[in-house]
Design a protein around this ligand. Sequence first.
Ligand SMILES: Nc1ncnc2c1ncn2[C@@H]1O[C@H](COP(=O)(O)OP(=O)(O)OP(=O)(O)O)[C@@H](O)[C@H]1O
Ligand SMILES: [Mg+2]
Length: 236
Amino acid sequence: MAQEKSVAVSDFLSKAELIKQGAEARVYRSEFLGKSAIVKERFPKRYRHPVLDERLTHRRTVQEVRAILRCRRAGISTPVVYFVDYTSHCIFLEEIMGSLTVRDHIASIQQSDSCKEQELEHLAECVGHILAKMHDEDVIHGDLTTSNMLLRHGLEDGESSLVLIDFGLSYISALPEDKGVDLYVLEKAFLSTHPNTETLFDKLLKSYRASSKKSSAVIKKLDEVRLRGRKRSMVG
Ligand SMILES: Nc1ncnc2c1ncn2[C@@H]1O[C@H](COP(=O)(O)OP(=O)(O)OP(=O)(O)O)[C@@H](O)[C@H]1O
Ligand SMILES: [Mg+2]
């Protein structure tokens, strides 16, 4: 039975359009029950022991679905989960139509002649706000980068809205330390992906601080983690 199901999914995926081949997962675009869908398939890694690999892959699939549902329950924008197949480790998600990653959006604004500073600041504030909401629900993303945030173009008002994706490394924790590390990971990724954005990232943190009920303990931990990082790099 399990095998039959798996064959059905792989047959389905052979007709889907591959949009990203990563180290851990393949991402496809397809249709699911008449809706535009994204399928994320976590494939087996030959270099890992099969039992361990199966366990890890299963855990990431479960974590991703769990975090998405928890966020959605709290009104935080993430794609709808249409279907999960735990045999082939596939998650079928709502496709955020016409979206682009925050990474590509920032890069294109920075490259344009008239760098729209205000637009960037507004975006940074939105990111700070959505992450504060996510952390207030005790969801730790685990892989915060600007590639794991999508911008959905608003249909009515022309305003874009943020959608969080890629929760495979997420977990639930109320500890300020875990939230601080989550922000530290983003800070590192943000500043190395987008040059000269220190003040922009400060705007993001300011908005996080204003939006989260428990931000002061988290920012304190962020400062500690930064200091630890600096000491480590000084030692070499
Ligand atoms: N629901 C979605 N709607 C539209 N595009 C999506 C959606 N989910 C993913 N994408 C696109 O596919 C890309 C990769 O998706 P995702 O980040 O989930 O996988 P990944 O980065 O390969 O995962 P991993 O971190 O395990 O390597 C995204 O950057 C985005 O461009
Ligand atoms: Mg990703």
